[in-house]
Design a protein. Structure first.
Length: 97
């Protein structure tokens, strides 16, 4: 059986200048470790402009995406650095993975 994944992109604005590498290290390669969840952060990079970081993830359900976004917003360490997020979701499954 082929796994079905969607892609999501989370834009992060930081509260603290120069915290982008701490957040990048915390998020890179993060993935679920629970049997009933199926998500993975596939890419994190600092960016220029109105946002400070771009996070790419893959997930099977909206509940899985909620786990990722909630972690970015509610993790005790990340809460010190993350001001706000915006989440974008792909409209097509498995394109391209």
């Amino acid at each position: 059986m082929i796994a079905i994944y969607y892609r999501g992109y989370i834009l992060i604005r930081l509260k603290i200048i120069d915290s982008q590498w701490k957040v990048t290290e915390k998020l890179k390669d993060l993935k679920s470790n629970k049997l009933n969840e199926n998500w993975h952060i596939t890419y994190v990079t600092p960016i220029y402009g109105g946002w400070d970081l771009l996070v790419e993830c893959k997930f099977a359900t909206l509940e899985d995406l909620e786990k990722i976004v909630s972690f970015c917003r509610n993790d005790k360490e990340l809460m010190q650095w993350v001001e706000t997020t915006t989440t974008l979701i792909s409209t097509t499954k498995n394109y391209p993975f």
